[in-house]
Design a binder for this molecule. Structure first.
Ligand code: NOJ
Length: 455
């Protein structure tokens, strides 16, 4: 059963949908720069125009209303708000988000703001980015500027999206902007700055708001599925889900979440790094681990291994197994075990901040987008979510990734994740069948999940 006030939502991120690349005072982010380096992004594609959400947000919010969304999670572009990353605030940039928030509220949709979804201002990158010990202060000032303007109307806040990816893949393993490989000790320094930046931003949000906010983070991370329902297997999967793996420690859950939610590094982390672990004064620990209101989680599939296993099959994959167009495994049970494990360890209500699948959707001759696979995917994952809620795990909301097709970072525009199809040549939006199906789920507050899907 889903509670009456369940946040049925969908999500996006600034760089992936906004376009308006250098408009109204915005300057470059590291992604604007990365996509100009040949070979970085598929087909040399860029976010310069993307879905043009910056200019079309009113039309997009009208479609969200048609779907019946209760919540829209979006991110603020730091270089739009503070073009040089630190210093002068760009009023026009803030105005865009303020207008978006007003439009959402007029349509009965709760705004949920992510402060950082990977688009670091290029100007800060040139000063060392997250390696610079000043970076927590830069982030705090940015958070403060956004909170000052929006916190009278925005209640739900997320500091960071997926440190596993922007630090793990971006600054450790070199597969996302800024495509750097750094040694462990450098990444330990970066981690220290990340934790402080998070804590300082939380303090800034609460100070500026002057009213209670709901603040969380939106990490991802490998979740292992038990081989059977036996207590022993479940415990094994739980332990693996919170392990800190040598060489890929940035990809796990506990590396990022334990300091923030438990105020300490895990035993695994201590074993791995000993006194190389970042040091914090007691005041810094208090700032880093100040209480949050929910645990946001982006969940797509159970365990992926970096690098992929030699036989080419990730866990849960087998010859001919169900996969999305990005080759990600369809593993609905992860929507049961992820909230369960995370709630048991961290004791916070869960918000699913992202879940969805990439397809190869196109507009059919009849003018509709028949994305039956997404409907089945969504159906299975939502049933698993309902099951874990019935087992007593508090879940406040679910956000489908994504509200509309958009730029899938280094993969460009081929993977289509949206509930809304976008023709990038014309900017024509088309509600996919999955959007209509999801609308019914929302209308019935999840009761329609009991019925089989029909063609
Ligand atoms: C995680 C990220 O937060 C989002 O930006 C991305 O597009 C989706 N997952 C799909 O890869």
């Amino acid at each position: 059963m889903f509670p009456k006030d369940f946040l049925w939502g969908a999500a996006s991120a600034a760089y992936q949908v906004e376009g308006a690349y250098l408009e109204d005072g915005k300057k470059e982010s590291i992604w604007d720069r990365a996509c100009r380096v040949p070979g970085r992004v598929a087909h040399g594609e860029t976010g310069d125009v993307s879905c043009d959400h910056y200019h079309r947000f009113r039309e997009d919010v009208a479609l969200m209303k048609e779907i019946g969304l209760k919540s829209y999670r979006f991110s603020v572009s730091w270089p739009r708000v503070i073009p040089d990353g630190a210093g002068a605030v760009n009023e026009k940039g803030l105005q865009f988000y303020s207008d978006l928030v007003d439009t959402l509220l007029e349509n009965g949709i709760e705004p949920m703001v992510t402060l950082y979804h990977w688009d670091l201002p290029q100007a800060l990158y040139e000063k060392g980015g997250w390696k610079n010990p000043e970076s927590p202060r830069w982030f705090e000032a940015y958070a403060r500027a956004v909170a000052r303007r929006l916190s009278d109307r925005v209640r739900y806040w997320i500091t960071f999206n997926e440190p596993q990816i922007f630090i793990g893949l971006g600054l450790h393993l070199g597969a996302m902007a800024p495509f750097e490989r750094n040694d462990d000790d450098t990444v330990l320094q970066i981690s220290r700055h990340f934790f402080l930046a998070h804590g300082r931003a939380v303090s800034a949000l609460r100070e500026e708001a002057g009213r209670p906010l709901m603040i969380g983070m939106a990490p991802t991370g490998d979740v292992y599925l038990p081989e059977s329902g036996s207590a022993e297997d479940v415990e094994k999967a739980r332990r693996a889900s919170f392990a800190v793996a040598p060489g890929a420690f940035t990809m796990g859950n506990s590396w990022w979440a334990d300091p923030i939610f438990l105020g300490r590094f895990s035993e695994d982390a201590e074993r791995l790094f000993g006194d190389r672990l970042p040091c914090f004064t007691p005041e810094e620990w208090a700032c880093v681990s100040q209480p949050l209101d929910f645990y946001g989680f982006n969940v797509y599939q159970a365990t992926t291994r970096f690098p992929a296993p030699a036989d080419g099959y990730q866990d849960h994959a087998y010859q001919g197994s169900p996969k999305t167009s990005l080759d990600w495994n369809v593993t609905p049970d992860v929507m049961y075990y992820a909230p369960k494990f995370l709630y048991e360890r961290y004791g916070k209500p869960i918000i699913i901040t992202e879940n969805g699948m990439a397809g190869m959707d196109w507009v059919s001759l009849d003018g509709r987008v028949h994305d039956m696979q997404r409907i089945d995917f969504l159906h299975r994952y939502l049933l698993a979510l309902e099951r874990v809620m019935d087992d007593g795990v508090p879940v406040l909301g679910y956000h489908h990734w994504s509200i509309m097709d958009n730029m899938e970072w280094a993969r460009g525009y081929d993977p289509r994740f949206g509930l809304i199809h976008v023709d990038y040549r014309t900017q024509q939006r088309t509600l996919k069948d999955s959007a209509r199906w999801y609308a019914r789920v929302i209308r019935t507050n999840g009761e329609s999940l009991a019925a089989p899907d029909q063609i």
